[in-house]
Write a protein that binds this ligand. Structure first.
Ligand SMILES: NC(=O)c1ccc[n+]([C@@H]2O[C@H](COP(=O)([O-])OP(=O)(O)OC[C@H]3O[C@@H](n4cnc5c(N)ncnc54)[C@H](OP(=O)(O)O)[C@@H]3O)[C@@H](O)[C@H]2O)c1
Length: 287
């Protein structure tokens, strides 16, 4: 990579940020398209976040992705947010406009759906009642995307039930809250089960559910992507169910930002998936 005096710059703001695969992912696209630009990991403490964003803008960055724990603070720092970010109450993509204003969007839900549609071509959301485990930031974005996509019934299962109830009230539509003790009884009516909790991330046990109660045509998705095959996905595959890991969501959510900063709509293909997956252990044991 050789940079010029007019290189385009972007990056990912997080705390910590060392775990992020976004620099690897955007770096692949920059190389593929021979773009005069760079995408950097940007570790920023929560109390420094708003100042850091404005400094990046003043330094001429085109924008940035935002990851844990800054997505809500990113919402607050924007001059304008799009409808998806508004619905999610959180921003994962910042674009610094030429007039100095900061625009925010949330591409997590869109990325999840794009990954789902790629993995299960022709999936009909309007015929897919779903159960979502979790009620945190990513649950919010994915729940909004599922409801906007026509999901006829969505149940949010969360350890802290009041958080799921608050999210249901904020989302509106055919969505209900439940506690973990009710999760097993929800499975027979579920066509799409999505884990959006951090359970199953390396070193933590996956959600323990009787997956044999799911219908044979159900899809089991886990947005955790380290490891690539979580305990939940392995258990679902062992029962012959269709599965979707977290990497496709990561790859697709990155596209709108890359397009805005670097001017090219990049492709999510097998070569990219293999390249990013090459840096992620396949199973918890392989880590
Ligand atoms: N694939 C992707 O592109 C992508 C994108 C974003 C996030 N992620 C992954 O998604 C996961 C969640 O991220 P987030 O930003 O939504 O986090 P978050 O806002 O902190 O939410 C965490 C959720 O996990 C639940 N949880 C945590 N520990 C639990 C436990 N021991 N038992 C039961 N529930 C537990 C929390 O329940 P309570 O409300 O009860 O605390 C909450 O619902 C992370 O693993 C992250 O890496 C993946």
């Amino acid at each position: 990579m050789i940079l010029s005096g007019t290189s385009r710059l972007a990056g990912v703001l997080g705390w910590p940020v060392a775990h992020s695969r976004s620099p690897r992912l955007h770096g692949f696209w920059l190389e593929r398209h021979r773009i005069d630009g760079a995408y950097l990991p940007l570790p920023v403490r929560p109390e420094r976040f708003a100042d850091a964003v404005r400094s990046l803008r003043d330094l001429g960055f085109r924008g940035a992705n935002v990851t844990i724990p800054h997505k809500e603070a990113a919402f607050a720092v924007c001059d304008e947010v799009d409808a998806t970010a508004n619905r999610a109450g959180a921003v994962n993509t910042l674009v610094f406009r030429p007039d100095g204003t900061i625009a925010g969007s949330n591409t997590d839900g869109w990325g999840f759906l794009a990954g789902l549609r790629q993995a299960v071509p022709g999936v009909d959301l309007a015929a897919t009642p779903a159960t979502l485990l979790g009620a945190g930031g990513s649950a919010r974005a994915i729940a909004a995307a599922l409801l906007d996509g026509g999901c006829p019934r969505l149940v949010l299962v969360n350890r802290t039930r009041s958080r799921a109830e608050a999210l249901c009230a904020a989302l509106g539509g055919p969505v209900a809250a439940a506690g973990w003790d009710e999760a097993a009884d929800l499975l027979p009516a579920t066509r799409l089960l999505v884990n959006t909790t951090s359970l199953g991330m390396q070193g933590t046990p996956s959600p323990d559910l009787p997956l044999d109660r799911l219908p044979a045509e159900a899809i089991v998705a886990d947005i955790v992507y380290v490891p690539r095959i979580t305990g939940l996905l392995a258990a679902a595959a062992a029962r012959g169910l269709r599965t979707l890991g977290g990497l496709p969501m990561l790859l697709h959510q990155a596209r709108p930002g890359f397009r805005a900063w670097f001017g090219i709509d990049p492709e999510v293909d097998d070569e990219l998936a293999r390249f990013v997956a090459g840096d992620v252990p396949e199973t918890a044991e392989a880590a």
